[in-house]
Write a protein that binds this ligand. Structure first.
Ligand code: SF4
Length: 387
């Protein structure tokens, strides 16, 4: 357990088991044994509530949780597509996602879009749909994205031969909002001086969150929160860190940073804060589909959104709220949206007096000797600054 002392949290084992056994985890197997359909989604801009309201279990498609050869992925995709896309594709080509009944993507970046095209062509999951996701927040962009959500809903209804009712949508929104609220509480625990749960452990919970039914996940998370808030565990990390950048699912990478003396207390990743981020706002006078589409387009933004200031402002707000000493950015090689934004983000953080370490990594890495030296030097610098 990365630099969090005292006894373990028993509930964490449940989440770990889901990740360790995925896609043969009990919750998923039981769902399918009951005849339930499972759709995979490729990007955080895909509205999960719509899939859930159709009675289908949405799960996230991610790549290998460790660095590995990507021969199959490289055979179909240029190597200057990010290793996340190639890793997902390789798992798809090797049949690891053969249990899926559908795949849903978004036109969010070249890597994600090419992944969707190749998946549709070669993995051949029965149902497929891609949403056009605008890069801006203007009224026209919101209208466009709402139309995309309506089109997606209609496509689902036609394919499944059912009607997604307002009641079902409302129920799904409440369920997903509950999940977001519980995750926010989990993050709030990490505002403590010595948090009872580490960044690596939080990532294990998050990885499980998109691999099982939310109904069960919410219950488990409520139990974990209860256990963690009563626990005597305390992190022994020496400096508080925020992790930002490209998609990250390998908890060992976070553990690797924490083993050097850092406490990862918050983050800005599409597998964490940007996944659970904002709730769907009800009672705003909007229709349910519009409330959903607004939430997804206005959520904690990906680096692909323009202008970047909204994302930078939110990062700074989180960095201050969690009292971080420094920010660690990890950019997957050839992840163009994050690589492009990096110098601008570094400038904004510098203006706010927040130091940043920028790491270039491959998706799935658990760290390396070179990264270790740089993380250690960064932590020592932050410690010296604190004195
Ligand atoms: S945002 Fe970056 S890591 Fe994510 S799919 Fe696009 S290029 Fe790959």
């Amino acid at each position: 357990m990365a630099n969090v002392q005292d006894s373990g949290l028993s509930m964490l084992e449940r989440f770990r088991e889901v990740n360790r056994t995925f896609p043969r985890n009990r919750e998923l197997v039981e769902w399918r044994d009951r005849g339930g359909k499972v759709f995979g989604w490729l990007c955080t801009y895909v509205p999960e509530e719509v899939i859930h309201a159709a009675g289908v279990l949405p799960i996230r498609i991610v790549g290998y949780s460790q660095e590995t050869d990507l021969d199959d992925g490289n055979a179909y995709m240029y190597v200057n597509n990010c290793s996340f896309s190639r890793s997902c594709l390789q798992l798809g080509l090797r049949g690891e996602y053969d249990f899926l009944d559908g795949v849903v993507g978004g036109s969010t970046c070249d890597g994600a879009r090419r992944l969707f095209d190749l998946w549709r062509q070669y993995v051949r999951t029965p149902f497929h749909h891609v949403l056009t996701v605008p890069r801006k927040y203007t009224d026209r962009a919101h209208m466009l994205y709402h139309c995309e959500v309506l089109e997606f809903k209609q496509h689902l209804e036609e394919y499944l031969g059912l009607k997604i009712t307002e009641e079902a949508l409302y129920h799904s929104i409440l369920l997903y909002n509950e999940s977001r609220e519980l995750l926010r509480k989990l993050y709030d625990l990490r505002k403590q001086e010595k948090p009872p749960i580490s960044g690596a452990e939080t990532m294990e919970v998050l990885n499980a969150s998109f691999r099982m039914p939310k109904e069960v996940f919410n219950q488990w998370l409520a139990d974990l929160l209860d256990e963690a808030s009563r626990s005597e565990r305390k992190s022994s990390g020496r400096v508080r860190l925020m992790l930002v950048g490209s998609v990250l699912t390998n908890a060992d990478f976070v553990r690797f940073i924490e083993d050097q003396g850092g406490m990862v207390v918050t983050d800005e990743l599409c597998t964490s804060t940007r996944y659970w981020g904002d709730p769907v706002v009800l009672d705003s006078g909007l229709s349910l589909t519009e409330a959903i589409s607004r939430r997804y387009l206005n959520n904690f933004p990906c680096a692909r959104m323009f202008p970047s200031e909204e994302r930078f402002d939110r990062i700074i707000q989180a960095a201050l709220g969690f009292r971080v000493d420094g920010v660690v950015s990890q950019t997957i090689r050839y992840c163009v949206p994050y690589a492009h934004d990096l110098p601008l983000l570094e400038k904004r953080l510098r203006e706010c007096g927040i130091p940043m370490l920028a790491l270039d990594i491959e998706y799935g890495t658990s760290g390396s000797g070179q990264i270790k030296t740089r993380v250690q030097a960064f932590i020592e610098m932050l410690e010296a600054k604190r004195r």
